[in-house]
Ligand binder design. Structure first.
Ligand SMILES: Nc1ncnc2c1ncn2[C@@H]1O[C@H](COP(=O)(O)OP(=O)(O)OP(=O)(O)O)[C@@H](O)[C@H]1O
Length: 944
């Protein structure tokens, strides 16, 4: 701090000197300008003011030496002794100058002494003024001219101070408006408190009244310098003064240098020792400031060291950074390595995956190919299987599952799964081992299968009738399982819901396979509508009634038989096929169906005929020598289809309800058994022209023989004319052409009444039945019929009055509809003319329709032919006895005493359909006692 003050002092001195020089310079230059007079005037005025105030203060005592308006020279000389100034100062501030040297004016040669006195007074004055903080001047200003301005300023400042004091001395004393020009940029002068002399000063002038204070200003320095100068001057001569001054100055400089170095050392040491016990904030702040300064100085003093340190620090930082960088680079390298490894691994994995994918793709392709192949093979297998079955003549078995009925509680279906030809049934524990039982058939239709889908699968079979095959399609299943639905359709028929019967017929009158049957309207009875009408009549006559299991239960078997005969006009070959469309009555448990009375009897008959069917199937499947076809009308009717060369399809039906699962399983088992029956390969019923000619020759010869016999008998000349046999004889002949006996009546099937027994017996021989197909073929041949002069069939009327003849046939009582009558017969020519003159004119078509509905015989045949092929249709509808008809068509109850026989069949009959042959001798049914039936035969004629 001291050195700073000293530096300030030094800088102040230098500044003063510079100011002086500038003052001189400015005063010289101002002479030239316009401002000079005004400035001179101003300074004079100020001088006068100062002089006036001084005179005021000192009184007239010293007035002679100090005029009121002195010149500059007078002013300087008047104050040169310093006495006026000291006295005035003591007046303003008493005691400021403790001792005023009063020197007598008359001292002769006391120039040096006077100078000393003046110097002493002036010095004391200046010291005191400075102590008061007022602007001062240099003592030398009193020696030179032109330096009075600063003296004037000093006196005027003292004057202001005096006035401030007189006013009470309150507030800071501020002086200086007039000083501005003189002191330039110096700060407003604040009065300082009294300062002690410096220690060096006290060496020469000990003073007890100086308070100790560490705050040493530039005044102290000035004093010490002044003291030194004074001591030198006092010892030297006047003329030596310049030299002395120079030496003094030199010494001063030395002193200054010395003190500066001391101060530096002091600062250094003080900065090192911060007082520990001083905990005041000020000290801490000061020491910190000092540190900062020291640091700054140190930086100033030793930049290289700092730079070095900095460099070192930077270097170390740089080194650390480099180390970090290296570490990071190392890490990066490691990461790169890891990345590379990972990438390589990934590539390898990718490659492996790709290979795997390729492998998988190849495998999948292979699998897909295999799957396609497998599917193809399966398909082929199925075809082959069907083909083998065809070749072996197996009965085809289709299975159909009825959907739940509307309003029926949709409990869990017994049918678990349907896949291709397999149906899996859930078997509850009470039917043996609980689990699933799969059954395999040629085809299985689920509940959602439509009538069209069902028919489309059997269409080829139907069409094969046109190729001369015998076809039989029969629906089998427990009551309410959907047999009638499949064969005929539901109660309300629509285009979509038409059953197999309608569709099969439609397919045969409207074939797309190139074989065209002429329009049905060519022959009224052969039209589809007529046939359907015929079927409707049959349907009407069919016994239908409500049971607990089916509100529209069929109480009879229904059979629509279509005979088709055609002739290839180029080869002359005759093709004839037939198709049975059979809707069996449902097998049922009478306890479940809750039937009584007539219904019960019906049920028993139905079950018997079904039982007979089971016997036949069982014998066939076991390849027994004897097959009990004759045990029922049903089996007699189906004999061709079940044992001959027919293509047979059985539609087995199952209900989905859980409570019928017992019957369902039995039904399916039975159906499986049926599926295993080998009928032998189906054969086309084809006669070549040679055979036909031979047959015709035989017929002619036979007729010639007959004529001969007749001629021998009566000789009426009519022998040569063959007479048309009665209708029933004709039908019988067709039934068994090889048998020369014309039967007046066709046998009833199954258990015939005793009065018809001989007729039944005639046809009961196995030969007769085994040849039924062939005999029918011959009998249906149009040309044969024509050549044998059998007149063509007249139009028939439905004769419902002929109910006089009743047939008792056990469980099967047939409704008979005949179109052929013995009377009103037309010749073929007439018949052709009546139906289609246009065709006859064209000669291109040869068509004849013969229709008979007769459950015992083949009925009316119908022929048709075009340029290439001649066809004949023979439609036969077998309906049951009318006894049941009344239950539907005529609800009038029959007065029949219900037989109170105990119902013996309380269990399902279906399992019994597969009896062990050893346990059940053939023909057991026929040996049962016959019961007369109430209903007779009814003749129906179609068309008009
Ligand atoms: N596939 C089917 N889709 C819709 N309804 C059906 C189907 N099969 C049968 N049904 C309906 O189920 C009921 C019984 O069918 P249906 O009369 O054909 O049985 P059924 O086997 O002929 O019986 P029953 O032996 O007693 O004569 C009928 O109302 C019929 O419409």
């Amino acid at each position: 701090m001291a050195s700073a003050s000293e530096m300030n002092d030094l800088s102040f001195s230098v500044v003063s000197i510079v100011e002086d020089v500038l003052q001189q310079h400015s005063s010289r230059s101002s002479d030239v300008g316009l401002l000079v007079p005004r400035r001179v005037e101003e300074s004079s005025l100020r001088r006068y003011e100062a002089a006036g105030w001084l005179r005021e203060m000192i009184g007239v005592s010293g007035g002679r030496d100090f005029p009121a308006e002195p010149s500059e020279e007078d002013f300087r000389l008047g104050l040169r002794s310093g006495i006026v100034l000291c006295n005035v100062l003591n007046k303003v501030s008493p005691g400021s100058v403790s001792k005023v040297v009063e020197a007598p004016d008359d001292v002769a040669d006391g120039a040096a002494l006077c100078a000393f006195q003046y110097f002493e007074n002036i010095r004391n004055f200046l010291v005191a003024v400075e102590e008061l903080g007022l602007p001062s001047f240099e003592a030398s200003d009193m020696e030179k001219g032109g330096k009075s301005i600063r003296i004037v300023n000093c006196i005027l400042a003292l004057k202001s101070y005096s006035e401030w004091k007189l006013k009470g001395g309150t507030g800071p004393f501020r002086y200086g408006s007039n000083m501005k020009n003189n002191f330039g940029s110096r700060k407003p002068f604040l009065r300082k408190s009294s300062e002690p002399f410096m220690s060096s000063m006290s060496r020469t002038h000990p003073s007890t009244d100086q308070p100790a204070c560490s705050d040493v200003g530039q005044e102290g320095d000035s004093r010490s310098i002044n003291a030194l100068v004074r001591s030198f001057i006092s010892e030297r001569k006047h003329e030596d003064i310049p030299t002395v001054v120079e030496s003094v100055l030199h010494k001063v400089m030395e002193e200054i240098q010395q003190r500066l170095s001391i101060q530096n050392e002091m600062m250094k040491s003080s900065s090192k020792h911060i007082p520990e016990d001083d905990s005041s904030c000020e000290t801490v702040v000061q020491s910190q400031q000092s540190d900062i300064r020291q640091h700054e100085e140190a930086e100033d003093n030793s930049p290289s060291q700092v730079v070095e340190e900095k460099i070192q620090r930077v270097n170390s930082e740089h080194y650390e950074e480099q180390e970090i960088l290296l570490n990071q680079q190392k890490h990066i390298q490691e990461l790169k390595q890891t990345l590379y490894t990972t990438k390589t691994g990934m590539k390898l994995l990718q490659k492996k995956y790709q290979e795997d994918f390729l492998h998988l793709g190849t495998h999948l392709n292979g699998l897909a190919y295999a799957a396609t192949g497998y599917k193809r093979v399966l398909e082929e297998n199925r075809k082959l299987y069907n083909l083998v079955q065809d070749l072996k003549g197996n009965i085809r078995v289709y299975c159909r599952v009825r959907p739940f009925m509307p309003g029926q509680p949709t409990s869990l279906s017994t049918v678990e799964n349907i896949e291709e030809g397999t149906i899996t049934i859930r078997v509850p524990s009470k039917y043996g081992k609980e689990g699933h039982k799969p059954f395999m058939f040629n085809k299985v239709f689920g509940p959602s299968a439509t009538q069209e889908e069902v028919f489309s699968d059997m269409q080829p079979l139907v069409r094969s009738v046109l190729d001369g095959y015998n076809v039989c399609i029969f629906a089998y299943g427990q009551t309410g399982s959907g047999k009638t639905f499949t064969m005929s359709g539901p109660k309300e028929l629509t285009e979509e819901s038409l059953g197999v019967n309608y569709r099969a017929l439609a397919d045969l009158n409207n074939s797309h396979n190139g074989i065209n049957v002429p329009e049905a309207n060519l022959v009224p009875v052969s039209s589809r509508a007529d046939v359907i009408q015929l079927m409707d009549v049959g349907q009407m006559n069919r016994a239908v009634s409500s049971t607990a299991m089916n509100d529209r239960s069929s109480r009879s078997h229904s059979c629509v038989t279509v005979h088709v005969q055609g002739r290839d006009l180029t080869s002359g070959a005759i093709l004839h096929g037939s198709m049975h469309l059979v809707d069996l009555a449902g097998s049922e448990r009478v306890d479940k169906s809750e039937v009584t009375g007539d219904r019960l009897k019906e049920a028993q008959h139905i079950n018997k005929s079904l039982s007979a069917l089971g016997d036949v199937i069982s014998s066939l499947s076991q390849k027994n020598a004897h097959v009990p076809y004759r045990n029922s009308k049903l089996t007699q009717l189906l004999q061709d289809s079940l044992g001959g060369s027919a293509k047979t399809l059985m539609f087995v039906h199952v209900s989905p309800e859980a409570e019928t699962v017992g019957e369902t399983i039995s039904t399916l088992k039975f159906a499986e058994r049926v599926g295993s029956v080998e009928l032998g390969a189906a054969r086309v019923n084809k006669d070549n022209s040679e055979v036909k000619e031979l047959k015709e020759q035989i017929a002619n010869l036979k007729m010639a023989l007959a004529r001969k016999g007749n001629g021998n008998g009566n000789g009426n000349g009519n022998e040569a004319q063959p007479t048309a046999p009665p209708q029933n004889q004709r039908i019988s002949r067709r039934r068994s052409l090889e048998t020369p006996i014309f039967r007046p009546k066709l046998p009833t099937m199954g258990n015939a009444p005793s009065n018809l027994k001989p007729q039944v017996m005639d046809l009961s021989g196995p030969e007769a039945f085994s040849d039924t197909a062939s005999s029918r073929r011959h009998s249906l041949d149009l040309h044969e019929l024509m050549k044998s002069s059998i007149p063509s069939w007249p139009r028939q009327t439905l004769d419902t009055n002929e109910e006089d003849r009743e047939f008792k046939s056990g469980e099967w009582i047939d409704k008979h509809t005949e179109l052929n009558q013995d009377d009103n017969l037309l010749s073929p020519d007439k018949f052709y003319q009546s139906i289609n003159p246009q065709q006859l004119n064209g000669g291109k078509q040869d068509f004849e329709v013969q229709s008979i509905t007769d459950n015992e015989s083949d009925g009316v045949a119908s022929d048709c032919s075009d340029s290439d092929l001649m066809w004949r249709l023979n439609v036969q509808v077998n309906v049951p006895r009318v006894s049941n008809k009344q239950s539907s068509a005529n609800p009038k109850p029959k007065k029949i005493k219900p037989k109170t026989t105990k119902v013996s069949e309380t269990r399902s009959l279906i399992p019994s359909l597969i009896p062990a042959p050893s346990k059940r001798p053939p023909n057991t049914v026929s040996s049962q006692p016959q019961r007369p039936t109430r209903d007779g035969r009814r003749r129906l004629s179609l068309g008009k």
